[in-house]
Design a protein around this ligand. Structure first.
Ligand code: UTP
Length: 304
């Protein structure tokens, strides 16, 4: 499916973004013990692993090459996007053609590459692992535990800004003030509706120190000059190499933009948000909807 098909005058003159990086090597400590022996990115959100929604968003936006940053114990991600000959043969033998189609489609979505982050040193370090894959092109970053439910896809909203300005773009959303300590927060200068120039960025500020309530969420368009900065970035907040710290230095060299994303975000690395995401996607299934709503009503009645 082509991404947003509206014609923009600058699009044909600019560099196109065709590569994406999905960091998925984090330890998932907020979701223990579920994530002790399985990646949080593979937790099923209704009927698909979380990371499949992310890959489908990239494909819907016209991305053709995806690098997933994995780590120890994350082999199931690689297996999920590979062919499964034995399973396919079994489904074929039992005449389960619908299931066979679903299973096959996953491995034919896009060109998929994998690299291991040998130690979970932080998001900035995970992005640095993509240096050889990216080369000299701009690239999209999707966090593997952030599902964005939106039309047009969240990354297409950022690509529109890239097409117009040819500079790094951060996806942001308004977060409650008491939650600023969970996000990278920008100091915005409004350029237009939902479009900002980033004046400064702070990683996980306390609510009274936050320069705004615009939190960086799991979508970015980045440029390869960031790698040289990441190579020199030392561990910051939480002892991790932070992407926000590197972006702060990049901002001194070139303009960085932020786009207020429209749509619903599900941070499935958080248990409560994971349950909400599962419910939201289950309710989209016409075969499941009535039964789930009836059960929810039962649960609510029991609470009263
Ligand atoms: P998070 O901070 O949500 O992931 O990183 P985490 O560290 O796994 O989570 P908690 O806080 O311990 O529960 C956002 C994304 O960046 C990836 C994660 O896999 C997630 O998709 N990440 C994070 C890496 O790939 N490598 C890292 O070193 C850290």
């Amino acid at each position: 499916m082509p991404r947003n098909t509206r014609i923009k005058p600058l699009r044909s003159r600019g560099v196109r973004v065709t590569k994406a990086v999905i960091p998925a090597a984090g330890l998932g400590t907020r979701f223990l013990p579920a994530t002790k022996a399985q990646p949080k990115e593979m937790l099923p959100v209704y009927d698909k692993p979380a990371i499949q929604y992310v890959v489908e968003e990239a494909v819907a936006a016209g991305i053709r090459d995806i690098l997933i940053i994995t780590g120890r114990g994350k082999q199931s991600i690689e297996n999920h996007f590979d062919r499964s000959w034995e399973l396919e043969e079994n489904l074929r033998a039992h005449g389960k053609s619908r299931d066979l189609k679903i299973v096959r489609e996953i491995s034919s979505l896009v060109n998929m590459y994998f690299v291991r982050q040998k130690e979970a040193l932080g998001l900035g370090h995970a992005v640095l692992c993509a240096k050889s894959f990216v080369g000299s092109e701009p690239f999209a970053v999707f966090l593997g535990d952030d599902i964005m439910d939106s039309r047009p896809p969240a990354i297409s909203q950022l690509l529109d800004v890239w097409d117009a300005h040819q500079g790094p773009v951060l996806g942001v959303m308004e977060v409650p003030r008491e939650l600023t300590r969970a996000y990278g927060i920008i100091r915005p200068k409004e350029m237009g509706e939902g479009l900002f120039r980033v004046e400064d960025l702070v990683e996980k500020p306390e609510p009274d120190k936050a320069p705004s309530q615009l939190g960086i969420v799991g979508r970015y368009i980045l440029t390869p000059d960031l790698f040289e900065i990441l190579e020199k970035t030392r561990a910051g907040r939480g002892g991790e190499i932070q992407l926000t710290d590197a972006l702060r230095i990049l901002k001194r060299r070139r303009p960085i933009y932020a786009c207020a994303l429209k749509g619903h975000r599900h941070d499935i690395g958080n248990k409560v948000e994971f349950v909400k995401a599962t419910l939201a996607y289950a309710l989209k299934d016409p075969e499941a909807r009535a039964s789930i709503l009836a059960y929810a009503r039962e649960l609510v009645a029991e609470q009263d």
